[in-house]
Design a protein around this ligand. Structure first.
Ligand code: FAD
Length: 550
């Protein structure tokens, strides 16, 4: 069998390697336009920061071998043709036309794998072609950024507050650059997090010296001669010697499109569950295809390295006689920014509401391990469920261990779990690892309380809006005297009664007004609200407490 793979990235090389493991006799050729096969793009921010010292390190296997074409030939008997471009697919003749060293050739195939990846989006901003305006997509891009820094760039503007923007904000700050991030939407990470969770990340960026402007459109990239000198935002020009465009990626579909293969509604190649395109001899995977969202059943463009590798395996199976399937994705994503880990899975609250779900949410702020155990750090977990209890999404951010929480919740969502299932998960516990009731269990319990009508809550955002209005209500601060003094909640409607004095002072509270109970993270606010409700007050807790309110 002749197997040709277009694209020597994560999906393409995984498909080739898997195919070889299943079929020693197949002739396998990978065509790669760039200089390097199998470059880990995910490692590029760490190369810029200096944590990964050489680009070559991003080409290595776990045992240190460099993945050169010679390596693939020697170890896997796969022909990797670098600096070779696939120009056209002739589906009738079953050949790929390639261009190599200025000359053309044809490669015949029985099965073709398209794994052409993605390319960075380029918004129509005047001045975008100036010197010093970069993306971060390839090794060359990373090298350009390092060179700009070596040439003395001190101020950087990052356009786009998504995952790559975040990772670069950290990398450039670690190089002592002054970083400003501009996001057109009203909060950063608009497709990944809900506003209140994104606000925590924004605060952390600010603590680390990154200026964050949300709700701003970049009008123009200002130049001095050929080189960038600033970015015009509103009437203001932010000085910058480096501008990073991080406004997402688009699927690389030109080749597939010109071959007449079906393109989906997201603009990426449409594939079935076997990752087969509209031509049964051609498979496609990685950043160039769309996926099915497991929760909504709808197509989604969610380009990630984790998914590309899974696609590669499925394609490798199916071009060697297998019948493997890929079920789709739920959008699980994680990244690190300074000391924060940020992760999410499933639907955001906003998406779930837009899709018409009757939504319940819960935010559980807690230490990531037993609160007296040395090194414990705070995390916040938000879960989104529908009124039937079905888990729809989760977000987790903080200084502590977030990854295992999101992975537990991602697993639960993918298996169709309810909040009741999560509340009783038999998770591992000892003080160095979690609280006796892990944060995901606490979050599920809060959601159950809400579903069962034991408690109503308002979000910190809603309370903030109420504070700005002249409505009449009570904010009951149940924190300790010390906590309230250290970080006072100032408003004429605030009454401060610590939880341990609430029972004796309950007569001081009016029954004719709504009471919003606030503590540091939410647990005491919940207890206070439950007590007051049972005493006939109209009480609601403030979700996430001062930790979210600020
Ligand atoms: P690619 O790896 O892009 O490979 C496609 C290859 O096809 C390219 O090498 C290209 O040169 C080649 N090609 C295209 N057209 C042709 C042609 N006509 N002829 C020949 N060759 C062609 N994902 C995560 O899951 N976690 C992360 O932490 C993460 N971090 C990231 C950080 C950065 C800075 C970037 C840029 C991406 C990150 N990603 C991350 C995304 C991840 O890198 C991609 O999802 C993954 O590389 C996709 O793999 P792929 O094989 O589909 O595409």
């Amino acid at each position: 069998t002749k197997i040709v793979v277009i694209g020597g990235g994560a999906a393409g090389l995984k498909a080739a390697a898997r195919a070889r493991r299943r079929d020693e006799e197949a002739e396998i050729t990978v065509i790669e336009a760039g200089e390097y096969p199998s470059m880990s793009r995910c490692g590029l921010p760490y190369y810029i920061e200096g944590l990964v010292h050489e680009i070559e390190n991003l080409l290595q296997t776990t045992y240190g071998a460099v993945r050169t074409p010679e390596f693939f030939k020697r170890v896997k008997n796969i022909d990797v043709l670098t600096k070779t471009k696939a120009k056209r697919i002739d589906r009738e003749k079953k050949v790929v036309e390639i261009e190599r060293n200025g000359s053309s050739d044809e490669l015949p195939y029985d099965y073709l794998v398209i794994a052409t990846g993605s390319k960075p989006a380029r918004p129509q901003i005047p001045g975008i072609d100036a010197e010093g305006v970069v993306h971060l997509h390839s090794a060359e891009d990373a090298e350009k950024i390092v060179e700009a820094w070596e040439d003395g760039a001190e101020e950087a503007v990052i356009i786009g507050g998504g995952l790559i923007g975040m990772e670069c904000a950290e990398a450039l700050s670690r190089l002592d650059m002054k970083v400003t991030m501009v996001e057109i939407m009203d909060h950063i990470l608009p497709t990944l997090l809900d506003a209140e969770m994104a606000a925590l990340v924004k605060a952390h960026l600010k603590e680390n010296g990154v200026e964050v402007l949300t709700g701003y459109r970049v009008e123009e990239i200002v130049t001095d001669g050929e080189a960038v000198s600033g970015v015009k935002i509103g009437e203001k020009v932010m000085p910058a010697q480096l501008v990073l465009i991080a406004t997402g990626v688009r699927p690389n579909v030109e080749l597939a499109k010109s071959a007449g293969l079906e393109i989906g509604e997201t603009g990426a190649i449409k594939v079935n569950k076997y990752l087969q395109t509209s031509d049964p001899s051609i498979y496609a995977g990685g950043d160039c295809v769309e996926n099915i969202h497991i929760l909504t059943g709808k197509p989604i463009y969610a380009p990630l390295g984790s998914t590309a590798n899974k696609h590669g395996r499925v394609m490798g199976d199916n071009v060697t006689g297998g019948k493997s399937t890929f079920p789709g994705v739920i959008g699980t994503t994680i990244f690190k920014v300074f000391d924060f880990t940020v992760a999410r899975t499933g639907l955001t609250e906003k998406e779930a509401r837009q899709l018409g779900y009757d939504v319940i949410t819960a935010i559980a702020p807690s230490p990531d391990r037993f609160h007296h155990y040395p090194g414990q750090k705070p995390i916040r977990v938000k879960i989104i469920a529908d009124k039937s209890g079905k888990l729809l999404g989760a977000q987790a951010v903080g200084l502590g261990v977030v990854d295992k929480r999101i992975d537990v919740l991602a697993t639960a969502i993918q298996m169709g779990a309810t909040i009741d299932d999560v509340a009783n998960l038999d998770l591992a516990y000892a003080p160095p690892f979690s609280m006796a009731l892990d944060t995901v269990i606490v979050a599920a319990n809060i959601a159950r309380n809400k579903r069962d009508g034991l408690i109503e809550s308002i979000s910190a955002e809603e309370l903030r809006k109420k504070i700005e209005s002249d409505e009449d209500f009570i904010i009951l601060d149940v924190r300790t005297d010390e906590e309230a003094e250290k970080n006072p909640l100032e408003d004429r409607r605030v009454i401060h009664i610590p939880l341990d004095r609430l029972r004796e002072s309950v007569d001081k509270l009016p029954k004719d007004r709504e009471i919003f109970t606030v503590c540091q993270v939410g647990a005491r606010g919940y207890e206070a609200a439950r007590f007051l409700i049972q005493k006939g007050f109209r009480a609601k807790m403030v979700e996430g407490g001062m930790a979210i309110l600020g």
